[in-house]
Design a binder for this molecule. Structure first.
Ligand SMILES: Cc1ncc(COP(=O)(O)O)c(C=O)c1O
Length: 417
């Protein structure tokens, strides 16, 4: 949907431009909290969108921050999240990354192996602090469900449950790094409540088993993977039955969880910010080639779906909408339209992979027209290919209460070392 405010932003700050609506973030947060057991904590996964106003808002709403790089540590702290509310996760954390965290007061880590734990212990000891670590565990069996590819199979993430069970002393922590939690993130973009529940049930089962071996467990981070349409029209799902089902499971398996023993937490990126964002772009050229009409935009896979543009993850198929026919112009809608009205929407990169949509219906679209991609608030510019070909980063505008609050642009610069 292209609003008059979108038009104004595109005119004032140029295109391509991402517009993030903070009211939508508030609604998503309220819906997520309603879907989760009480009490529980939500981490905002900064990787989904590290815009400072988004991090600050989610922190004000009660989220802690899940980060996985020095840049994300600084983004969270810079947005006002206190170091004690920051959890550093991710495989292959270098000594520099861990030291950077510790130097800024961040002492909570997800650890993926005994060596990772030993590294944190060593650096925490040198810094004279105690680190609290959440051991990331990879389930032994695959969890059925789309998007659950990060667990239960051979993986670079975490330690296999069977390994933890076989060599528990190697995982139990050291003088300066205590294992006080479990990290059980299993997959991403799950839109079916059944899949979400299935993975949480596996996670709770692992926690029940390991609670006996790790008596200091103060937190079970059950992960998340709460999904919604990505760059496609459509509603963010509400998981209306999840909270009650999870509360029953937790009462059964971890009976003291309501008293915070352990506290239960979840992580979410895309669900919290996905539908706050729209990507605005202008048509630069329209032409026909061997029976296909191409609509060429000033944006492409370098700004949206960068990793999918390289076919590392399922390739992107965006809904590119005009101002007039926001819903009808999608690739799914209007299926009865003649094929020759369908167009391929491509971007400016010198690779045939730079295609945002095939078979899109963009009737009468001409050079200079404004188009939009919905549900583009997560994994936009910072998940893209910003340095490739040296195009400028898109503008990023934040609106709140129907007013433009800020506009900014990332820059990739080369600095002498
Ligand atoms: C450990 C971890 N936590 C959280 C997330 C955020 O996932 P999502 O944006 O789907 O909520 C990811 C994404 O890959 C992840 O790897």
């Amino acid at each position: 949907m292209i609003t008059p405010l979108h038009e104004e932003i595109a005119t004032r700050h140029g295109t391509p431009a991402f517009v993030y609506d903070l009211d939508a973030v508030r609604r998503a947060h309220a819906d997520l909290v309603a879907a989760l057991p009480r009490p529980s904590t939500v981490y905002y996964s900064v990787k989904a969108n590290p815009h400072p106003q988004i991090i600050a808002l989610l922190h004000a709403l009660g989220c802690e921050a899940e980060v996985s790089s020095t840049g994300e540590i600084d983004a969270a702290l810079g947005a006002g999240v206190p170091p004690e509310a920051v959890l550093l996760t991710g495989p292959a954390k270098t000594p520099e990354t861990v030291a950077h965290a510790l130097s800024r007061g961040v002492t909570r880590f997800s650890v993926d192996s005994p060596d990772d734990l030993a590294r944190v212990d060593d650096l925490a000891g040198r810094a004279g602090v105690e680190a609290r670590c959440a051991l990331r565990v990879n389930a032994d069996e695959p969890v059925p469900g789309a998007g659950l590819s990060m667990t239960g199979t051979s993986s670079q993430f975490g330690a296999d449950l069977s390994w933890v069970l076989a060599e528990t002393p190697r995982f139990t922590g050291f003088g300066h790094a205590r294992v006080t939690g479990l990290h059980l993130y299993m997959g991403t973009n799950l839109t079916d409540e059944k899949d979400l529940l299935a993975q949480f049930e596996v996670g709770i089962g692992i926690a029940e088993k390991l609670a006996v071996l790790f008596p200091d467990l103060a937190e079970i981070d059950l992960g998340g993977g709460f999904g919604l349409p990505y760059a496609r029209a459509g509603e963010r799902p509400r998981f209306t039955g999840l909270a009650a089902a999870l509360e029953a499971l937790l009462d059964d398996r971890l009976p003291a969880w309501r008293d915070g023993a352990p506290r239960v937490s979840f992580e979410s990126g895309r669900y919290l910010v996905g539908d706050c964002g729209v990507l605005l772009s202008r048509v630069v050229d329209v032409k026909d080639s061997k029976g296909t009409r191409y609509v060429l935009l000033d944006t492409g896979v370098h700004h949206l779906g960068g990793m999918s543009g390289l076919r590392r993850i399922p390739s992107i198929s965006a809904d590119v909408l005009t101002g007039d026919e926001n819903e009808d112009a999608s690739t799914d809608a209007g299926k009865d339209e003649a094929e020759d009205e369908r167009v391929t929407v491509a971007g400016p990169l010198c690779t045939p992979l730079d295609v945002l949509a095939r078979g899109a219906r963009l009737p009468n679209t001409g050079i200079g027209d404004l188009v939009s991609v919905p549900n583009a608030g997560a994994y936009g510019p910072t998940a893209g290919l910003l340095a490739f070909l040296g195009h400028p980063a898109p503008a990023e505008a934040v609106v709140d209460g129907g007013r433009l609050e800020s506009a900014s642009r990332l820059h990739v610069t080369r600095n002498p070392l």
